[in-house]
Ligand binder design. Structure first.
Ligand code: BTN
Length: 346
């Protein structure tokens, strides 16, 4: 009785994940999964398994049963789904990340900050399908209507001097460009310094890194990512409709939002680990890694920071992540921050 009780508890707590694990990723047993086998493995009855399938069907999955073969997963949810995100992350080797999914939140960056302040374990990944107060760079807002897009914040408690994470946001862009490129094989992902993800000159993603420090170093670090995946561009606000796109609009096949979201979180984690592993003087090959995705190099640009505006030709970034601008007779200047505009690229 004790054994069956603990099996029941496990099934209640982790049933969705264990069922989904048998269909998704590294632990998947192949196309068909036997209901009888699942029942034996989980120590519950077949009707209990079947009941779980039904419940998952209410959440956007569909299973097809074939006599003598078992069940096949034939439809995935179009919205983010906690257990599926966890299993997709697990399939990428991310077993230590604590996943939180909220259908709606003010800002996932704010939520991650609250969670870390309450003492939640790090790393954590806060995902949401809609934000009521999504933030962008330079005090702008980030359009975050409820649609099939991803709002994600990866939260960490680095306990490190702030300098050790120089270049992090640029590395995040590079890892995302590398990790998402296989989903848009016929298109080239590009990065606009410091942190816009673009395709065909239009933005489909942006990164907002926020850190809290005290005199001893960094306390919390949050890498926020807004990623337009399958949302309808008609739903974007007027002022960005012509400048924004979605990953899905350029994909050769329908994108599974939970897979993309998990991949994106994995990329942010990789970028963090990669940046930490760099020597402090920043000689980590950032300049050359950036070159592969840089859409500004060779372009005439304007860069504005507070009240000053400088014109020149972008020539890449240095290993610390500063934008290098050839200002003619004034030589090559390095910008740590700023807002870049070009003709054609806004
Ligand atoms: C930018 O390009 O200006 C950066 C946009 C960053 C938006 C994301 S959406 C998830 C996270 N939560 C926020 O409030 N902002 C970031």
């Amino acid at each position: 009785a004790e054994k069956s009780n603990s099996a029941r508890r496990r099934f209640l707590d982790e049933g969705d994940r264990i069922i989904l694990r048998s269909f998704v990723g590294a632990d998947a047993k192949g196309a068909y999964v036997s209901g009888a086998q699942l029942a034996t493995e989980l120590g519950v009855s077949r009707p209990a398994i079947w009941g779980r399938f039904k419940r998952l069907e209410g959440e956007g999955f569909a299973f097809e049963g074939v006599p003598n073969r078992g069940y096949r997963l034939v439809r995935w949810p179009r919205q983010l789904h906690t257990a599926l995100l966890e299993e997709e992350l697990r399939a990428l080797g991310e077993t230590q990340v604590h996943v939180f999914y909220l259908p709606e939140v003010d800002s996932t960056n704010s939520e991650a900050e609250r969670q870390l302040t309450y003492g939640r374990c790090s790393p954590l990944a806060v995902f949401s399908s809609a934000q009521t107060a999504g933030r962008g760079r330079m005090g702008r807002s980030w359009a975050s209507a409820a649609d099939e897009n991803v709002y994600l914040s990866f939260g960490l408690r680095p306990n490190l001097p702030s300098e050790s994470l120089r270049g992090l946001t640029l590395w995040a862009g590079i890892f995302l460009a590398r990790g998402l490129s296989p989903y848009v094989e016929s298109k080239k992902i590009e990065l606009k310094w410091p942190n816009d993800l673009r395709i065909d000159g239009k933005k489909f993603g942006g990164i907002l890194t926020e850190a809290k420090s005290d005199t001893d170093g960094m306390r919390t670090l949050i890498i926020g990512l807004g990623l337009n995946v399958n949302g309808a561009t008609e739903n974007f606000p007027d002022e960005i409709r012509n400048k924004a796109t979605t990953l899905g609009a350029h994909a050769d096949r329908p994108l599974l939002i939970n897979r993309i979201a998990a991949r994106a979180a994995h990329c942010l984690h990789q970028a963090y680990q990669h940046t930490l592993a760099q020597p402090p003087e920043g000689k980590g090959g950032l300049a050359s890694a950036w070159r592969a995705w840089d859409c500004l190099a060779g372009q005439s640009i304007n860069i504005r920071r507070f009240d000053t505006q400088v014109r020149g030709v972008a020539v890449g970034v240095d290993d610390g992540g500063a934008l290098l601008v050839d200002c003619g007779s004034d030589g090559i200047q390095a910008f740590q921050a700023g807002e870049v505009t070009t003709q054609g690229i806004t």
